[in-house]
Design a protein around this ligand. Structure first.
Ligand code: NAP
Length: 424
């Protein structure tokens, strides 16, 4: 008998037989979903000696939904995800044509999945352009609902664009007559719920720091406000768990040369921190300007841990950091709201490889690892991570990684899945 996952007193409750919906996805979706389901089922069976089992429920979106229900995103699909709390999906083609929004963006919006969470960590043996990729170990929390992604745009020659230009003229602001106009809303509530999630994650996972990345030096009331509202949440809601970087600079070593103390005594209760420079082993909250952060992630990646940032910068930074550890084929992701979590491969449908049993299922399998962690099935998550690490170290990899390694014959999607399971 399968049970629905539910929330009780703010906590997720998962039985030994949870029912979890999945969307197969378009293009390479069926190939990588098949591999992911096989790896998860086999791992769960082995790790828990048959005591636990996921009962999968296929739900439809994209091309398969068009075929079966003549609607790329049926209402049943959205309500099923809401009802089951946790779901996982392959990539979906964005229908081409005017008026169609990306199905992925629509899903995030209708389910209010405001945090796009992407852990990026190097897996031994993966080819990487970095000299020391093992120093990259970050978890990115990208705001998912606001910023220029809100989709408020007006074509340059529209009536609306003209009205907006006229309005700004009254405020003494001149916008060129041939300018298209986009709006960048960033709200206090939208920012603070994301930052709260990032800091709570850092506390739960015992991470060292949370960095707000923003372009507040130029866009003061959107990106700059993101930073200020972030610090507000950190210092008001998490005072006992965090120390800001500015506060940290105020710390000096005590007479013993080791114990950090604060000069003015305001933080006396923090004395006795185990590491000099990190009083009380608190999470250090800091911020960086976005352009400089791209440099930092290349030059000093080990100084960064959890990263919280607005939508557009988050989009850029997550892909750039993923490239540092071997590219998008290996980068997992999740879109998370207050409780509902939709785990997904971060790459697209790569249609030219559809049905060839060729591509790397790593991204979707690692997204399933995140899902197992979210459910509290830590042992199974660890089992898959170990299996995958060993398979890659032993050079059993798909074409995308093989082409960056010398003398490696690529294996198929399904063979990579088997290689993982054999090494759990
Ligand atoms: P893409 O599907 O991610 O593919 C771009 C390239 O990335 C592929 O040609 C391949 O490179 C590499 N790649 C992607 N997935 C891979 C995997 N699993 N293993 C190995 N290599 C992989 O991007 P796209 O061509 O721009 O987009 C195609 C469609 O996907 C569009 O309709 C887009 O809207 C959609 N999309 C969906 C999502 C989503 O559902 N979340 C995200 C992004 C895009 P090589 O050719 O070099 O081997």
């Amino acid at each position: 008998m399968a049970d629905k996952i539910y929330i009780d007193d703010g906590k997720i409750v998962v039985s030994d037989n949870p029912l979890i919906p999945f969307i197969e996805g378009d293009g390479i979706g069926p190939d990588i979903t098949r591999a992911m389901l096989y790896v998860v089922d086999e791992t769960v069976k082995r790790v828990y000696n048959g005591k636990r089992k996921i009962h999968w429920l296929e739900i439809y979106a994209g091309e398969k939904a068009m075929e079966k229900m003549h609607n790329p995103l049926p209402e049943e699909t959205v309500s099923s995800i809401k009802e089951h709390i946790v779901a996982i999906k392959g990539p979906l083609t964005t229908p081409v044509g005017k008026g169609f929004r990306s199905l992925n963006v629509t899903l995030r919006k209708v389910l209010d999945l405001y945090a796009c969470v992407r852990p990026v960590k190097y897996i031994n043996g993966t080819p990487s352009p970095m000299k020391e990729p093992e120093h990259v170990d970050v978890v990115i929390f990208r705001e998912n609902t606001e910023d220029v992604y809100a989709g408020i745009e007006f074509v340059y020659n529209s009536k609306e664009a003209q009205e907006i230009r006229d309005f700004f003229k009254k405020l003494g602001v001149n916008i060129r007559d041939d300018a298209g106009i986009g709006i960048k809303p960033i709200s206090k509530s939208g920012t603070q719920r994301l930052v709260r999630k990032a800091i709570q994650y850092a506390i739960n996972q015992k991470r060292k720091s949370v960095t707000f990345v923003h372009k507040g030096n130029i866009m003061k009331f959107t990106e700059g406000a993101f930073k200020d509202w972030g610090y507000e949440v950190a210092t008001q809601d998490f005072r006992d768990y965090i120390i800001t970087e500015d506060e940290l600079y105020d710390w000096v070593k005590d007479d013993d040369g080791v114990t950090p103390v604060k000069r003015d005594g305001a933080f006396k209760e923090l004395r006795g921190g185990r590491e000099p420079g990190n009083p009380g082993n608190r999470i250090v909250v800091k911020d960086r300007i976005a352009d400089q952060m791209f440099q930092q992630m290349l030059l000093r990646p080990d100084e960064y841990d959890v990263i919280a940032l607005p939508n557009l910068n988050g989009d850029y930074l997550s892909d750039a950091v993923a490239a540092q550890v071997g590219g998008l084929g290996m980068a997992p992701g999740a879109n998370i709201g207050d409780y509902i979590a939709l785990f997904e491969a971060t790459h697209g449908t790569a249609p030219k490889y559809a049905g060839l049993d060729k591509v790397n299922p790593g991204s979707l399998i690692l997204s399933a690892v995140m899902m197992l962690e979210y459910m509290g099935w830590i042992e199974a998550a660890l089992g898959i991570k170990k299996g995958m690490e060993r398979a890659i170290e032993e050079r059993h990899v798909t074409y995308d990684l093989a082409r960056q390694m010398e003398g490696v014959v690529p294996i198929k999607t399904s063979e990579f899945a088997r290689a993982i399971v054999e090494r759990i």
